[in-house]
Design a binder for this molecule. Sequence first.
Ligand code: GDP
Length: 424
Amino acid sequence: MGNCAIVGINWGDEGKGRMVDLLTQDYDVVVRYQGGGNAGHTVINEYGKFALHLLPSGIFRKGVVNILGNGVALDPENLWKEIEQVTSQGVPITPENLKISDRASLLLPWHRLLDGLEEARLADKKFGSTKQGIAPFYSDKYQKKTVLAGELLYNPNLRQHLAELLEWKNLTITGVYGAEPVTMAELEAWLDSYCEKIKPFICDTGAFLRDAQKQGKKILFEAQLGALRDLDYGIFPYTTSSNAIAAYAPVGSGLPSAKLDEVIGVVKAYSTCVGEGPFVCEMFGQEAEALRSAGFEYGAKTGRPRRVGPVDVVATRYGVQVQGATNIALTKLDVLSYMDRIPVCEAYELDGERTEEFPFPSRLNDAKPVITYMEGWKQDISGIRKWEDLPEAARKYVEYLEAQIGCRIGFVSVGPERDSIILR
Ligand code: GDP
């Protein structure tokens, strides 16, 4: 195995953090290449339980260098709070094991404010933003109205640059939303506290990665969210504001020439979705409540109950295709153990016809799920570590999915702990 990306195939929350935490034992470098603190990777290991938002999941492994690439939304305040939280649980974080790209743009104090103001303006038409400022951040990055992390080190006129951005941004804050302007004093307090604290971690991570590649080091690229939330290939506009797909990993990491030798797509044994937007296979009522509580499906960042449904073969096959997945990690198979029979969304019905192709985003509103059932296994499988020890019905479920989505399922996860995994 050389370079590998670990990506979500569906709506996010598939268990990517858990897979990265497991697989980092084989890698030297772990890079987060997109997104910000708007999602959470849950990791359970010898240090305890963690909800990582921005830190790469390799942070727990001795000797692994973790990088926040140029493609991330770097929020100094939340990053510093996360560093403090994780170090307070006994995990060392130093400039040796965490490096921040000098080309990453800073998420500025007004981005979170604007996110909240816009969601409030949209009222019942809201997108279900986590209000972490991600959409305003990426919009400003594309307008070149952000500050690069490296400016904290190298720009003697940084305060002037910030004052100019502030003047421009306050036109929107006060004029469009009628809110109180952000002051230079607030910005300076932010600069002198959180930005000062993260400064020692900032460096030319592109140079570091090129050097690592030359030395034959193994690099793991860690995505946030899933294919269906990708800005270009997801269920627009219910996407995130960055590219979560594997193809973006080299660009957002600082190693644009990198080739991915392997793309591990993470798929949950059933579907979940946080926030608004079409979710064709959605279950409701008691059936949904039973699955939600069996899988403990509440957002890692927001605590919001997740929408749940059976595995969606149509969406998953599409996710596998756009990710270019070469191997699949199927997570949370243990959660389905309570079911007598397991529902599967095997196709959609659209305009009275059955389709197995994932439709154009707005057409999803008219799609209806075609549900089939597979036999349940009704026994606790969380202690099983070998494929042949799984009940036959569970193996059949995995094999069925494998055939439907067109990709090998090489890992089956049966619990949140690091070793609760079956390798095939
Ligand atoms: P991520 O953002 O893709 O890393 O996913 P989340 O952390 O939001 O959600 C995955 C959740 O499922 C976390 O609470 C994990 O601890 C948990 N989890 C991961 N794999 C398994 C599994 O195989 N079985 C069970 N029961 N829980 C799992």
